[in-house]
Design a protein around this ligand. Sequence first.
Ligand SMILES: [Zn+2]
Length: 147
Amino acid sequence: MTPFTSDLDLLEQTVAVAKAAFDRGDGAFGAAVVLDGNVVSLEAVAIDSTLDPTAHGEVCAIRAACRNLGTTDLTGGVLYTSCEPCVMCASAAVWAGIRSVIYAAPIEAVTRYPVRDLFPSGTIDWSLLPLKRTFMPLDDAIELLSR
Ligand SMILES: [Zn+2]
């Protein structure tokens, strides 16, 4: 765990781990969880490296946060992610008690994976989830998804 500094700094860290994951042959997504003023996890996608289609960056960050804190309850936590969450990750956040997500790239920026084929509407109907979303665009995050 490290002290939380700022939204921008942590979003940049999620992009950095996303780049590192991409460079080692995995996807290009990273995420972190903040709770009580601390960064309790910072993880990258691990689908290809673990052969787990549910190992999205956000799910990995939620799993690590729970392991690190010895709980399944992240109530009051905030999810930071390099890309707008998919429906699975948004749901995982809600199940963990997280009610706020801050992301650096819109899911529409993803070109390497069949997001548009799987979810033709392009994104989540956010009104269905008790999850406040905040988009803080970062050019590096958006560019990374188009590689
Ligand atoms: Zn996801």
